[in-house]
Design a binder for this molecule. Structure first.
Ligand code: FMN
Length: 159
């Protein structure tokens, strides 16, 4: 069984996670920091971007994740300052041993650039050379395109 562990500030990653879960049956596990990131104005980019660059690991709200139920983990999150979104690093820190024994795939949402660097940074954090599958989407909720669904389907076929 697959778990899709995701963080989404503005709904794009959540939208894509829903589609991926519909296709694969992956269990959705939404993670959120105890202290929400500012989601408006300049602070939205300053605080989140700075924490992402500094590889911060904020405390998370409680979530349900029984690692023994899953053989595959899919991570989904927005690119922040060409880096991994901090709550995802927190989740990894809390579950590193369990994650090491699973197959891992990842997708990211972004509005333009830095996604490759972000996926590489996640691989490095997990000590992996590659993911089973990876996908980059450009704001799939805010700027939907027909090709998004095709890319999501192709990603799911590899899982
Ligand atoms: C703090 C912050 C930093 C961001 N940095 C980048 C970036 O480096 N490259 C990029 O293409 N988009 C960047 N974005 C845009 C988001 O990655 C993009 O809009 C994404 O689809 C949002 O996903 P969400 O709706 O699930 O939060 C940034 C957004 C925020 C809030």
């Amino acid at each position: 069984m697959k778990a899709l562990v995701y963080y989404s500030m503005n709904g794009n990653t959540e939208f894509a996670s829903g589609k991926i879960s519909e296709i694969t049956g992956a269990k959705l596990i939404k993670i959120e920091p105890e202290k929400a990131y500012p989601n408006k104005g300049m602070r939205k980019f300053l605080k989140g971007g700075r924490d992402a660059i500094r590889q911060k690991t904020p405390k998370l709200l409680p979530y349900e994740f029984d690692a023994s139920l899953y053989d595959e983990i899919i991570f989904g999150f927005p690119v922040w300052a060409s880096n991994v979104t901090p709550p995802i690093r927190s989740f990894i820190d809390e579950n590193m041993d369990a994650i090491k024994s699973k197959t891992v795939a990842a997708f990211v949402c972004c509005s333009g650039g830095g996604a490759e660097k972000t996926l590489n940074s996640l691989k490095e954090y997990l000590g992996l050379d590659s993911f089973k599958a990876e996908l980059i989407l450009l704001d799939p909720k805010d700027k939907p395109k027909d090709s998004d669904i095709e890319s999501i389907k192709a990603f799911c076929e590899k899982l």
